[in-house]
Design a protein around this ligand. Structure first.
Ligand SMILES: Nc1ncnc2c1ncn2[C@@H]1O[C@H](COP(=O)(O)OP(=O)(O)OP(=O)(O)O)[C@@H](O)[C@H]1O
Ligand SMILES: [Mg+2]
Length: 476
């Protein structure tokens, strides 16, 4: 515990202290109150009115007290610092506890360091169930940060499903022993897994033709049969047969018009190669119960196709999760503005909204990555409790309600010029309690998994039955 100086003046929210050392802004400092209690705060900057520039201003964050079992408990401050009392650099465990970081690296997500390398940033895995939003300018390190989370989840035996529009994470997933699946080749979703709105978008080019109306008529009828339990799924062949019948008998169309309509629908839907007759691979239950990541390579798909595929896949995972067939997991949506944009509806926006609203109860975390928060649906953003903000212009920050939380002016001023791999991490009481600047660690590759077998066994002891007995499972 290094003494830095002593308190000069104090009120309930802040105090000043003089120090002969140069104390970096944003440093965490503490001062005793008596009875083992102390105030802990953050250096905001130098008091410009002091002629020797050796007086520092501190914003008080919490009052700390020794808790039962040797830990520290934090409360709202209720008295000012004591003038003349020592100001010291608290032990790193205290600083880590202040931010809400985990204490045990074996059970935490090790994303990097803070306070000039003094504190290891250990996120509690449960904080993921309250979702993470990652933003920042191009090349600032967002996808890398997501990749670090994937590595850490693999080490803890928590599965991750990555929707990867730019095929950026495939090498990482493969290096961790996870699976990479390619839609259309080893992965099809039945046409019946689309909602009527999604189906309409899939044939949007036909709008205004008999093909469009007849397709939706028949699609909706078949969907009803699935919902009523008369059939389990249907594909393009089923829809075409149904269109022929409905066109002639129900809509009383001319036979030629019906055939043209069928040909157009067939042509439109065959473009989406991942739409099949029935569910075909991947084996979600097997893959996700392995505790390893799985990436869906969407690089050959256009934006609409990524949306359709992501929507159908998220609904399937939701079904399996609620049936208890797959363990708690994290879903990564890179280029999230494609899936849940702020300015229009997309096929999968509804299911993404449902994930972020309900994920905490289901044990499903969503990590959304996008350059500009203004491009992402506000309702989705509002549910992301943890935000990792890489280099970003201040006006773009405005979209993130509460993101500034208690970030100091120095942090916000520095934000546009953050170097690659540095982010401002903010959250809530359950995740990251105070804003903190984090240097994201480098990839470890397979080294990330060292000791993973033991961790995974402790986390998910029974394979197949997955996480029974694990703390992640017990929470749900
Ligand atoms: N913390 C880090 N340590 C080491 N390398 C990093 C770190 N962060 C980013 N990089 C490297 O910097 C490059 C750009 O990072 P990244 O791809 O994550 O940017 P991005 O923010 O996702 O960009 P885009 O908006 O274009 O998707 C990559 O080559 C990545 O490996
Ligand atoms: Mg990226």
């Amino acid at each position: 515990m290094r003494v830095l100086g002593e308190v000069l003046a104090a009120n309930y929210h802040s105090f000043t202290f003089r120090s002969s050392e140069r104390v970096p802004s944003d440093a965490v400092v503490a001062t005793p109150l008596g009875g083992g209690a102390f105030l802990v705060g953050r250096v905001g900057g130098v008091d410009a009115s002091a002629p020797d520039r050796a007086v520092y201003e501190v914003e008080v964050l919490r009052r700390g007290e020794p808790g039962p079992g040797g830990g520290i408990e934090f409360f709202a401050p209720r008295e000012p610092a004591v003038p003349g009392a020592e100001v010291y650099e608290p032990p790193r465990e205290v600083a880590a506890a202040l931010f809400g970081f985990g204490a045990d690296p074996k059970r935490s997500l090790r994303v990097g360091t803070a306070l000039g390398g003094a504190v290891e940033v250990l996120l509690r895995p449960e904080s993921l169930w309250r979702h993470v939003f990652v933003c920042g300018t191009t090349g600032s390190g967002k996808s890398h940060f997501a990749g670090v989370l994937v590595e850490e989840l693999a080490r803890l035996g928590i599965p991750a499903m990555i929707v990867d529009p730019l095929a950026e994470h495939l090498g990482l997933v493969a290096s961790l022993g996870g699976a990479v699946v390619r839609p259309g080749r080893d992965y099809e979703v039945p046409l019946s897994s689309l909602t009527p709105e999604e189906a309409a978008q899939a044939v949007a080019a036909l709008e205004g033709t008999h093909g469009y109306d007849l397709f939706l008529f028949s699609f909706t009828a078949l969907r009803r049969e699935v919902e009523e339990g008369h059939r389990s799924s249907f594909g393009l062949g089923d829809v075409l047969r149904r269109m022929e019948r409905d066109g002639i008998h129900a809509l009383r169309l001319d036979g030629y018009d019906v055939r043209v309509a069928m040909a157009r629908v067939e042509h439109s839907l065959k473009r989406h190669r991942f739409l099949g007759e029935a569910e075909r691979g991947p084996d979600w239950v097997g893959a996700l119960n392995s505790g390893l990541p799985l990436a869906v390579d969407c690089s050959s798909l256009d934006a609409l196709q990524v949306q359709l595929l992501a929507g159908a896949t998220l609904r399937e995972l939701q079904r399996l999760r609620l049936a208890g067939r797959i363990p708690p997991l994290a879903v990564f949506l890179d280029e999230a503005h494609l899936l849940a944009p702020s300015d229009r509806e997309t096929p999968c926006k509804q299911v993404v909204r449902e994930y972020v609203r309900m994920g905490r109860h289901w044990g499903v975390g969503v990590v959304l990555v996008s350059q500009n928060p203004l491009d992402v649906d506000r309702r989705v953003l509002a549910q992301c409790n943890t935000r990792a903000v890489f280099a970003l212009e201040p006006d773009q920050l405005e979209a993130l309600q509460g993101v500034k939380s208690d970030a100091t002016p120095a942090m916000l001023r520095g934000l546009p010029r953050f170097p690659r791999g540095t982010c401002l991490l903010t959250g809530s009481y359950e995740t990251v309690r105070h804003a903190v600047v984090v240097s994201v660690r480098e990839f470890l590759g397979r080294r990330a998994l060292r000791g993973a077998a033991a961790t995974a066994r402790a986390t998910f002891p029974a394979k197949g039955a997955a996480a029974v007995g694990s703390p992640f499972r017990q929470a749900f």
